[in-house]
Design a binder for this molecule. Sequence first.
Ligand code: ZN
Length: 288
Amino acid sequence: VPELPEVETVRRGLADAVTGRRLVVTRVEHPRATRRQPGGPAAFEQLTTGRTIASVRRRGKYLWWTFADDPDHAGSPDALVAHLGMSGQFRLVEPDGGTDDHVRVQWLLDDGRTLVFRDQRTFGWVLMSDLGDSGVPESVAHIGRDPFDPAFDPARTAALLAGSRAGIKRLLLAQRHVSGIGNIYADEALWRAGVHPDTPADRLAPEGCGAVVAAATAVMRQALASGGTSFDPLYVSVNGESGWFERSLDVYGRAGQPCRRCGALIVRERFTNRSSHRCPVCQPAQRP
Ligand SMILES: [Zn+2]
């Protein structure tokens, strides 16, 4: 699953590749990719064809393109929102390049290349959405800023988290007060901060919540800085290069291996429909 560092890398790649490009033709190859679009594939094709990409933005794991003003599309939604889901990827194809069975949407660009959205497992989607006054698409406005956002406020975020009795990991994954922290980096952050995933956020207080968020930010920044090496062939960045990062993870995926801090064996536990990895010594369960 692409996590925040990979999605930010895709955003940078897309921004370099398609800013200023006009979408000459949009073709939806699989209706599931536009399942959120009112009017389905036909509406999505009509709303996007002919538009010029002005910028590529992101909040959490949502990407969006803004479009240059265009009288032919007056009154149409202003942003194309994309979510990569489990396996989504953008790829630029040269004019003589072929496509394949996993292409869900393709856009012929005005420079002769084709941008494709590939998605083997089809959890990803694209949607035309109105840009709100804040410059964030309405379909993205429900999530908080992510730690890579220049306007992210760690102290305010910590205070918001600490105002809840919910378990800290559940709150992080909810994306409401802070976005972009998925299952992998939630586990890594909680290990770094020495916090059990089920600890009520109000018991951590703003200081403890702030430490968890700071740990998540640090580990994701490291991943972004070192990114690029693949271990998952499903995921390819915009240029067709492998985009999965070689993640140097301390707990996620290390069940049964020794904790790098204390040597105790890392445990893997059920967490809603996913799993949590933690060190039973560094991250003990809280007493009720
Ligand atoms: Zn430990």
